[in-house]
Design a protein around this ligand. Structure first.
Ligand code: ADP
Ligand code: MG
Length: 187
């Protein structure tokens, strides 16, 4: 059993995954696992896609590279997909969402090529990542949160931090034997 939860933070590129994960790692002490970085550092890819200016990911290699770390628990997984991990490894899936105009501005600022920008906008409008999350994980562990503004981000981080605290309370060793030691023996 994990003593720290694993959280997937997912959504279309530009929704704010990395920003949320960094803030959450600082607040909770859990580890920010940037899957993009793992793909690059551990060579979990096939060829470079010239049109989309990104690597074509080798999912088997990627899962091998991450398996040990994720199984140990305490990961905040930052990736624009979520169906890679078996359901039993994951405790919470956060799907970040933004308005089209906000996403357009953020992706333009990144100088995304037109085809890639359009595909990502379509993907956000069609709720592709939300669907994927709902198909891959139990309904009760998937939450959809909006990330249009800094205020929304702060409130999301507060909520997720509170969830982590609650998760830890709920998964403390049986009956809190090593707990408060007040000897009341309450169940
Ligand atoms: P992702 O990791 O999902 O691609 P990032 O975290 O890199 O997205 O965020 C993309 C851009 O949008 C960054 O410039 C970031 O500062 C900004 N951003 C992200 N989330 C918010 C938010 N909730 N409010 C305002 N700006 C945001
Ligand atoms: Mg990112």
């Amino acid at each position: 059993m994990r003593s720290n939860p694993n959280i997937v933070v997912t959504g279309t590129p530009g929704v704010g995954k990395t920003t949320h994960c960094e803030a959450l790692a600082e607040r909770t002490g859990l580890r920010h696992v940037s899957v993009n970085q793992v793909v690059k550092d551990r060579g979990c890819h096939e060829e470079w896609d010239e049109e989309y200016l990104s690597w074509i990911v080798d999912e088997d290699k990627l899962l091998d590279a991450l398996e040990e770390e994720v199984k140990a628990g305490g990961c905040i997984i930052d990736w624009h997909a979520c169906d890679l991990f078996p359901e039993r490894w994951i405790d919470l899936v956060v799907v970040l969402r933004v308005d089209s105009s906000t996403l357009y501005d953020r992706l333009s600022a990144r100088k995304y090529p037109e085809a890639k920008l359009q595909e990502n906008l379509d993907s956000e409008i069609m709720e592709v990542l939300l669907q994927e999350a709902r198909e891959s994980y139990a309904e009760e562990i998937v939450v959809e949160l909006t990330s249009n503004t800094t205020d929304e981000m702060e409130s999301n981080v507060d909520r997720i931090e509170a969830w982590v605290k609650q998760w830890k309370e709920n998964t403390r060793p049986e009956g809190g034997k090593d707990g408060d030691g007040n000897g009341t023996g309450e169940a």
